[in-house]
Design a protein around this ligand. Structure first.
Ligand SMILES: Nc1nc2c(ncn2[C@@H]2O[C@H](COP(=O)(O)OP(=O)(O)O)[C@@H](O)[C@H]2O)c(=O)[nH]1
Ligand SMILES: [Mg+2]
Length: 349
């Protein structure tokens, strides 16, 4: 990758240029540029607190059984590469009456995650969701609506897919009847008992990162030079991946890579070296002191995996192609080093 010094660049101050010439989608509001803010909505006991607990607070899924019902809007944030902010709106309140200041609630929100309990009756939830989508489409059109068809772990494969299709179809039909043909709505099947909720939240957050297209094309070129099958850039603490290359994805490649992070983090807590204490400045530091790379094979006959820390918070995890990357490790390390330098530039501009 080269910098093009003679490229056509608009005559604007860098601040103004950043405002107008972003490469992806910016969340609502200017202040929280590097702090994607998510809002969890949905009926009570649909699983909102569980999702935010499991993904952002490392709560074991079984402990969510003892969560108390949320009665007031709650906010929490998670300290990692990007400070994700997560808010929860309790389900039983109608927020679209004049009693509520909607600007307070919705300004700065990048995405609304609407949680539907797939094991329960969902028709009421769908009506509420449609009201919300049409309201947002008129007033806050930049907010993405992400529908989590949740708790699918308890359903048989067939029933799960039928439910998912039914929910999706009802919402899309209803919206199209009302004339909203391309409202920004996406659908996911999730459960806190497997990786699906992490993977879905990753996709939700990626849509809010203006750097995503750049990261994807960097990962694409890394993959083609090093014969990598699939590469993920992980936030180590939350195990959310903030970008991956754009090749098609196997169902379990995310799972394999995120498990590898678990193993490595657990081992390095036991046998690693002391890391510098938490402070804001090392977040954007992509120095070599924190980097170690390794190649492993999960099971005999499977592809090799490659992991390297990019900095304290980010790790690159790759599923390698069919040959043995051990012989090429030096070359791969070198290329990943170049990738790491590019990454530093992407996040420091
Ligand atoms: N089977 C299953 N149960 C879940 C899942 N997520 C949450 N739950 C359960 O759903 C119940 C309600 O969860 P809670 O997070 O309090 O719902 P909220 O009212 O939307 O915040 C709890 O007993 C959770 O253990 C899931 O993915 N699968
Ligand atoms: Mg709750």
């Amino acid at each position: 990758m080269e910098e093009q010094s003679d490229a056509d660049f608009p005559e604007l101050s860098s601040e103004a240029a950043a405002e107008r010439y972003h490469t992806g989608r910016v969340p609502n509001g200017g202040k929280g540029r590097n702090r994607p803010k998510l809002m969890l909505m949905g009926q009570r006991r649909s699983g909102k607190s569980s999702i935010s607990g499991v993904v952002f607070q490392k709560m074991p899924p079984s402990e969510t059984l003892y969560l108390e019902t949320t009665t007031r809007p709650e906010e929490s944030s998670s300290h990692s590469f990007m400070d994700f902010q997560i808010a929860e709106l309790p389900g039983h309140v109608n927020y679209f009456t004049p009693d509520f200041n909607q600007a307070n609630i919705f300004a700065e929100i990048g995405a609304i995650i609407w949680v539907i309990d797939a094991q329960d009756q969902y028709l009421d939830a769908l009506n509420q969701l449609i009201d919300t989508i049409t309201y947002l489409a008129q007033t806050w059109p930049a907010i993405n609506v992400e529908v989590f068809v949740h708790k699918v772990d308890g359903l048989s494969e067939e029933y799960k897919n039928d439910t998912f299709r039914d929910i999706r179809q009802r919402i899309l039909d209803e919206l199209s009847d009302m004339g909203y043909d391309n409202a920004p709505v996406s659908f996911y099947q999730t459960s806190i008992y497997d990786h699906s909720v992490f993977e879905s939240i990753s996709k939700v957050i990626q849509k809010l990162l203006p750097q995503l297209p750049t990261l994807e094309s960097l990962l694409n070129s890394l993959c083609s030079t090093c014969r990598i099958q699939k590469a993920y850039l992980f936030d180590i603490i939350t195990k959310i991946y903030i970008a991956s290359d754009t090749s098609p994805q196997d169902t379990n490649s995310y799972e394999i890579c995120s498990d590898l992070i678990d193993v490595v983090v657990d081992i390095s807590e036991l046998y690693g070296w002391p890391r510098p204490k938490d402070d804001q400045s090392d977040r954007l530091e992509f120095g070599n002191h924190a980097c170690e790379s390794m190649v492993t094979m999960e099971k005999k006959g499977h592809n090799y995996l490659y992991l390297r820390e990019m900095n304290r918070y980010l790790a690159l995890v790759c599923i390698m192609g069919d040959d043995n990357p051990m012989e090429r490790k030096v070359l791969i390390d070198y290329n990943v080093g170049v990738f790491q330098e590019a990454l530093a530039k992407v996040f420091q501009w």
